[in-house]
Design a protein around this ligand. Sequence first.
Ligand code: ZN
Length: 342
Amino acid sequence: MFYQCPKCKKNWQYPLEKCSECFLELERRKSEKIKVVGISKVSIPTIFHPKVPYFVLLLEDEKGNRWVQKSVKEYKIGEEFKKEAIQDKEAVAIWRIKYEFLEAIERVVDLLGGLKINQDSKILILPTLNSPKHSYFSENTGPEFLAAAIKYLQERGVKTENIKVAGQSFDEIPISASAQKSQLLNVCQEAKINPLDLAQTKFVKKDAFEISEEVFSTDLAINLPILKAGKASASENLFKLLKKENYLGLKYLSSDKEIFQGLTKFLPPILTLADAQNVQKRDKFVAYLGLVFASFNALNLDRVFAEITMAELPEALKSAKIENIPILGRKVEEVQFNLEKQ
Ligand SMILES: [Zn+2]
């Protein structure tokens, strides 16, 4: 991704607000054809790059823009550098955030084969909204991440009035308090979106599950969790689509994995877009990871995240085999490091 001045055509690799000479807003431009123009092999491990050897590639696009990228695969100079998209509902896409969430979201969604959305699509977004904590605790989905997801939809023509941002409280704390303190309410207000309390919606009974009818009357639901070390945060966030009393009853009788498997049988395909820029560890401190994940299978996404952060697997993920999950974008070895040791 590059940023170009529409007048003087000067390029920047990072999103400046305006061209420093013409004071015009920069245009976002995608690199189309990327070639490897330089390679260096690294054999000394560091905290962020514990696995060696790896390669640092110097890449160049068709417009002569250059940048570096880590790779576990060895390339030859002159070779084309491609990231293939596949349409597989089990696949998990990973991308590193360079300067903005929006680019990372575009990349992971492209890797999954894109979305069929237009101006009439109705979208339901479900961020993690668990407690009235400020965003620097990484307890709830980050406000910048929610804002980028909304912008992603708007840039694809989705009308703002067709976007709903939903949440539900499963404890005594009113959802409005969490929405305010987490700054997610702010993001909704700035985008002119009315937040939706799922507890106020109708629930449809499907076998043992009472599921908000909102998820069935929407064209696409986006699960927008923040990931936490040692947890299955993406899968768990979908429980918020259940009626509170129903969820508490299910939880008394079944494991998280059983609830997840039972619930997803009745849900339409849901895109999970996960915020893993600043990740809460089990001791509640926050470590920088700088990644975005996407998948139509939330459990697979949680499993890949656990592999990358080298965390002890939560019970719900123990039977998910990492070798059976197609992984796109970045390889696990390229982005893996032990969060808990930081
Ligand atoms: Zn300019």
